[in-house]
Write a protein that binds this ligand. Structure first.
Ligand SMILES: [Zn+2]
Length: 391
């Protein structure tokens, strides 16, 4: 009898210890998932919409996200700038927040979606030891951002299929790509959550007659498609002009990679095939994502310095120039902004009547010289009506 009692007590203690571990371990993840980052909408933002406004099946889901609309004084063309398709490539997010907080559109309209895969922005990758947050220094203190993952959280889209069958092409993709919003374009209204996200964006593009769609990413230094503009046939002339101009005028490389027609589900392929818009996907090098690096620290994320990549660079294994200065975040954010502005400028030159003219956005050299944080505004000093969450 006493032995049974003893056993019952041991089981109780074990259960309590297990519950305590669950709560202790789960709390930081819960806080990360539900965190908000206040940003200050700038003078150019004329409307704040939701992606579900374009497809009701997204309403009330973790896939819904904020769409910032910046309408110019004069009519013209329209562009959609997306970041956070892959939430573990945050240079695009920082570039988009600079646009939302600072841009003024003179002509045409900008739609900005800073956290495209909102669920991935609330996810992490414990197996790789990802940091949950990273801080960007500003003139008024540190601005904290949650670090997300490449794929949507299984809490929001589950279960995973054995194989992801792309819609509508039926191409067989890896199971994990069902939660990768850069494999689920053009999507469908009643598909899995990620297909509903890309479908809503396609609806925005089609209904608003968007001319240019730019998807901001980061790629490994050991991956050949890095430091580049990925463009299908219809975008290739503008991409080439933008690439040559930033090289000549601003001194950095961003070469053009053709979008392969046989590889389905990607924004740079499907947006052009299923709408009238010209798509561009911008890749900035992100050493943090390379496999053979040291620990995945905030330092590596922000400065891109890693001794293993340095020795691989000496053996010519990287696809970008790499030295002890690493590949800092400011360089990546600056590249995204300059290439984006140059694509809009070149498109405007070639398409009379559909010009998109944007002021107030810093270019590469300005961001590298002053730091990304210089262009963020202090929410505590702003009119509370202009402080919103970016997702
Ligand atoms: Zn990406």
């Amino acid at each position: 009898m006493s032995l049974m009692k003893h056993e019952g007590a041991s089981k109780g203690i074990l259960l309590a210890a297990f519950a305590a571990l669950l709560i202790l371990g789960g709390r930081p993840l819960f806080r990360h998932r539900h965190s908000t980052v206040p940003i200050v909408i700038g003078p150019g933002v004329t409307r704040v919409a939701r992606l579900s406004d374009f497809s009701p099946s997204l309403k009330g889901t973790a896939g819904d996200t904020t769409v910032f609309v910046l309408e110019g004084r004069e009519p013209g063309g329209k562009a959609l700038i997306m970041s956070g398709t892959h939430s573990n490539e945050p240079a695009g997010l920082l570039a988009d927040i600079i646009i939302i907080e600072n841009a003024v559109v003179e002509r045409g309209t900008l739609f900005v979606i800073a956290s495209f895969n909102s669920s991935a922005g609330r996810n992490t990758r414990p197996g790789d030891g990802y940091p949950l947050y990273f801080d960007i220094p500003t003139d008024w203190g540190r601005k904290r951002f949650p670090m997300g993952n490449r794929d949507a959280s299984p809490l929001d889209q589950w279960p995973d299929p054995d194989v992801y069958i792309h819609y509508p092409d039926k191409q067989l993709l890896s199971y994990i790509d069902a939660r990768n919003s850069n494999r689920t374009w053009p999507g469908r209204a009643d598909g899995p959550l990620m297909e509903r996200v890309t479908f809503a964006a396609m609806e925005l593009i089609r209904r608003e007659s968007v001319d240019v769609a730019i998807d901001l990413h980061g790629a490994e230094t050991m991956f050949p498609v890095t430091n580049c503009i990925v463009a299908p046939e219809r975008s290739s002339k503008i991409a080439t002009l933008a690439s040559l101009t930033v090289k000549a005028a601003e001194g950095f490389d961003s070469h053009v990679e053709p979008s392969p027609p046989g590889f389905r589900g990607l924004s740079h392929r499907e947006i052009g095939d299923y709408s009238g818009a010209a798509p561009f996907l911008l890749e900035a090098p992100i050493p943090f994502l390379d496999q053979p690096t040291g620990p995945k620290t905030v330092g590596l994320l922000l400065d891109g310095k890693d001794p293993f990549l340095l020795s691989l660079a000496a053996k010519k294994k990287l696809f970008v120039p790499y030295d002890a200065s690493g590949w800092p975040m400011d360089k990546r954010v600056g590249q995204h902004l300059s290439v984006m502005l140059e694509i809009l400028r070149q498109y405007s030159r070639k398409t009379p009547g559909r010009e998109i003219a944007v002021q107030g956005v810093p270019r590469y050299r300005e961001v590298v010289a002053n730091g990304t944080g210089r262009f963020f505004h202090d929410p505590s000093k702003a009119d509370p009506k202009s402080v919103v969450s970016y997702r």
